[in-house]
Design a protein around this ligand. Structure first.
Ligand SMILES: O=C(O)c1ccccc1NCC(=O)[C@H](O)[C@H](O)COP(=O)(O)O
Length: 267
């Protein structure tokens, strides 16, 4: 595991211990299981692709460990609405909202605000390390969760996926290299397979990460390229290679109108 991931995961274990003292696991689970209305995350991506459009998961991210503060004036509802509207022709399929406070200046409230202001399905972007996280994600309204293979043992990641699916949530699996990809394919069932172009040791992004791993992804999985997508040429490179699903944060967060930036990048 990279240093940054190790640091983040250590903080997540501390956070969970605190959270469970406030709301015990049984209560959080009951809350999660009482919420039955989920938006179809996988369906929203597939619908865009069926219309020959790029399926964009647009990220609501105030700051990041690699780049620091991205968007000082940060209003999640406005950002979400801008993504949902785009330019009227090209818009986001889904949202991804960072809820981690320590490293990304995110918040659970940001997810709630963003989701309440649009009809799009929402991914909770955080670092899941225990079943509690999955129940908590559903209880706060998330339609999908991220599972980072580099941060999870085989048995645990399969357990977290099963809980998410039992709660009707989608799971975005995230890998960085071939070993992680093989583990994911062996232990996880979710159709959503994200390849993250960011090297978590150097923070550099390279689209070649996706292009090199693409050949090992079975056709029944939906490949999503993540991180470092910044120019129409990047989009063209991916779409020419048959990759039509994208997770993009920074390029939109630095723009005054994130939805317009999305339309310019993908229109
Ligand atoms: O963004 C970071 O600096 C980062 C550092 C450590 C772990 C994860 C990190 N990013 C999470 C992401 O996966 C990105 O927010 C997402 O793929 C969007 O990337 P980008 O378009 O490059 O903002």
């Amino acid at each position: 595991m990279s240093d940054i991931l190790e640091k983040i995961i250590a903080v997540k274990h501390e956070e969970i211990a605190l959270a469970q003292r406030k709301i015990p696991l049984a209560a959080m689970r009951a809350d999660a299981e009482s919420r039955i209305l989920t938006r179809d995350f996988v369906g929203a991506l597939r619908a865009k692709i069926a219309q020959d459009q790029a399926a964009v998961i647009a990220e609501v991210k105030k700051a990041s460990p690699s780049k620091g503060l991205l968007r000082p004036e940060f209003y999640p509802s406005d950002i979400a609405q801008s993504y949902a509207e785009g330019d009227g022709k090209t818009s986001a399929a889904c949202l991804s909202v960072l809820t981690d406070k320590t490293f990304f200046q995110g918040s659970v409230d940001y997810l709630k605000q963003a989701r309440a202001s649009v009809d799009l399905p929402v991914l909770r972007k955080d670092f899941m390390v225990a079943p509690y996280h999955i129940y908590e994600s559903r209880a706060m309204g998330a339609d999908a969760v991220l599972l980072i293979v580099a941060a999870l043992e085989d048995g645990l990641m399969a357990e977290l996926e099963a809980i998410a699916h039992a709660l009707d949530m989608a799971v975005l699996i995230e890998v960085h290299d071939q070993l992680e990809l093989e583990r994911a394919l062996r232990h996880l069932k979710s159709p959503l397979l994200g390849i993250n172009n960011r090297n978590l040791r150097t923070f550099e992004t390279s689209l070649n990460t996706t292009l090199a791993l693409q050949q090992y992804v079975p056709t029944d999985r939906l490949l999503i390229t993540e991180s470092g997508i910044a120019t129409p040429e990047d989009v063209h490179t991916m779409r020419s290679a048959g990759i039509h699903s994208f997770l993009v944060g920074e390029a939109f967060m630095r723009a005054p109108e994130p939805g317009q930036a999305l339309a310019q990048l993908f229109g």
